[in-house]
Design a binder for this molecule. Structure first.
Ligand code: 4AD
Ligand code: MG
Length: 482
């Protein structure tokens, strides 16, 4: 069966076809707008009320599922090429108008909060239909990009025994009876008696396993769910999110930046070309939303202009040390809403610092690199000390306007002794990561990779302001409903 997206682009034909979808509106007992999920647009189906049973007409309600048989003819209505001249309508599944009224399926503007409470129905609204189609297209574009560049997808495990980021933000999984767990002689829970014979967790990143695969297959990427038990209730953090992690043997930090920039531009370009109707819709939606905001908080660019801007301009590459100098020399803005000043080299950047750099200072995507070793993960490649004896690692974060950090990556520490020493000083247990360390004994070469937060990319491309609105069923602290 042809999808409505394809039918709307085709020419009128005298052939009889059937479309199946859900009723979006029914006017004057004559015009049924049917949507099958394939496009933001509805197919107008024109019925002749004279020839139709009253009982049937009464069942053609919003949200009901229908099958409409007819011929595709040139449309007299504005803004559509074709419409379906219906010869037969079947209501496949009814929807009670009184029940529909209580839900987000009712035809009025619902706020995003209400939509979140009905996550099982929201995909049937225009906004979520568009966002989820764009999300799916981005996912396809990501696979396409890496496959075309000769990468292999590596399926890294979801259940792991190790903490890839060393940040202690893992969800522990356990099959032990919480009311009556087995205890050790010291009275502690005995995880040796758990399913895996040890403590295990949901992965926070597939990077470490991907590195081992890059050492065999050369260029790999992961694309899977990752889990973080960080208690951050923000519009950018999820407890379950999807991450894309390429890992490339022989790439240094510069190569890594080149790859990340080329990759992001490619997938944005794909969506602009292939989801034009949805992007148009989302741009209009955003423009409406912006109107209700105070002038100062409005986005300076409409959605498509913003996406094109990213495609056309080089990401600005700035070292952490340079960024600190900029921040130190910047004045807090008049209203003192943000304090941009940073006193110390070595401090981690807060999101207001990042926003200042991207949105106020450079006004374009920024790649920050060479961060202080102390504030970054143990696996990053150590640089030689700088003139002032400070230690940095070959890390890079990509910061996007309105989003903040969208990518985190680095060149990896390939030297056995340096890595071992780093693990010791940072308290990373060798008994968990002996395999990661051992890999450094056998042809261990320069290699690099990064992680792109998929939902943050979807946010940027769709213009949605909250990460909860770009994933079907968001998981956040205190919320795993549905
Ligand atoms: O910077 P992060 O923590 O880096 C890593 O996990 C590395 N192992 C990646 C690598 O080098 N292979 O996370 C990478 C990206 C962030 O830049 C952000 O976009 C996203 O993942 N991210 C989250 N997205 C949504 N919710 C969260 N709680 C996120 N935490 C990180
Ligand atoms: Mg990070």
């Amino acid at each position: 069966m042809k999808r409505i997206a394809a039918l709307l682009k085709s020419d009128p034909s005298m052939q009889e076809i059937t479309v199946k979808g859900w009723v979006r509106s029914f006017r004057n007992d004559r015009f049924i707008a049917v949507n099958d999920g394939s496009t933001i647009h509805n197919l107008q189906c024109v019925v002749d009320p004279e020839t139709m049973d009253r009982e049937l007409l009464d069942q053609i309600n919003i949200a009901a599922a229908v099958a409409v048989k007819g011929t595709l003819v040139e449309s007299e209505g504005k803004g559509q090429r074709v419409e379906l001249q219906a010869s037969e309508v079947k209501v496949l599944a009814p929807a009670d108008p009184e029940d529909v009224k209580k839900t987000v399926l009712s035809p009025k503007r619902h706020n995003l909060e209400t939509l979140r409470e009905q996550a099982h129905l929201r995909v049937r609204t225009n906004t979520f239909g568009a966002v989820m189609r764009v999300r799916a297209a981005l996912s396809f574009a990501i696979h396409r990009y890496f496959q075309e560049q000769g990468f292999y997808q590596a399926h890294t495990p979801i259940i792991t025994g190790s903490d890839a980021e060393g940040a202690g933000e893992m969800f522990r999984i356990s099959t032990l009876d919480p009311k009556n767990p087995p205890l050790t002689d010291d009275g502690a829970i005995d995880y040796k008696k758990d399913f895996f014979g040890k403590e295990s967790n949901l992965t926070v990143s597939g990077q470490l396993e991907a590195e081992t695969y890059a050492m065999g297959l050369g260029q790999v990427y992961t694309f899977g769910p990752t889990f973080r038990a960080e208690n951050s209730n923000t519009s950018r953090h999820l407890a379950e999110f999807w991450m894309i992690e390429p890992e490339v043997a022989f790439n240094d930090l510069q190569d890594n930046m080149d790859l990340a920039e080329d990759f992001i531009k490619d997938v944005i370009q794909y969506v602009m070309e292939n989801c034009a109707d949805d992007i148009d819709f989302l741009e209009n939606r955003l423009t409406q939303e912006e109107k209700s905001k105070p002038q100062a908080e409005r986005s300076p660019m409409p959605l498509k202009e913003k996406l094109e801007f990213v495609l056309k301009n080089n990401f600005k590459r700035v070292s952490y040390t340079e960024a600190i100098d900029i921040l130190k020399n910047s004045k807090p803005n008049k209203k003192k809403k943000f304090q941009y000043l940073i006193e110390e080299w070595g401090a981690d950047l807060q999101s207001e610092h990042e926003r200042f750099l991207v949105e106020k200072h450079f006004k374009c995507p920024v790649i920050l690199f060479d961060y202080p070793a102390k504030i970054k993960a143990f696996y990053m490649r150590l640089n030689d000390k700088d003139n002032e004896g400070r230690e940095t690692v070959r890390a890079m974060d990509i910061l996007f306007p309105g989003i903040g950090e969208i990518v985190g990556g680095s060149q990896r520490e390939e030297r056995y002794d340096v890595l071992k020493q780093k693990m010791d000083t940072m308290g990373i247990p060798e008994e968990e990561l002996w395999w990661y360390l051992e890999m450094r004994k056998f042809g261990s070469v320069t290699h690099s990779g990064f992680g792109l937060g998929f939902e943050r990319l979807v946010m940027f491309v769709t213009g949605m302001g909250n990460v909860r609105d770009v994933i079907p069923y968001p998981r956040t602290p205190g919320n795993a409903a549905f």
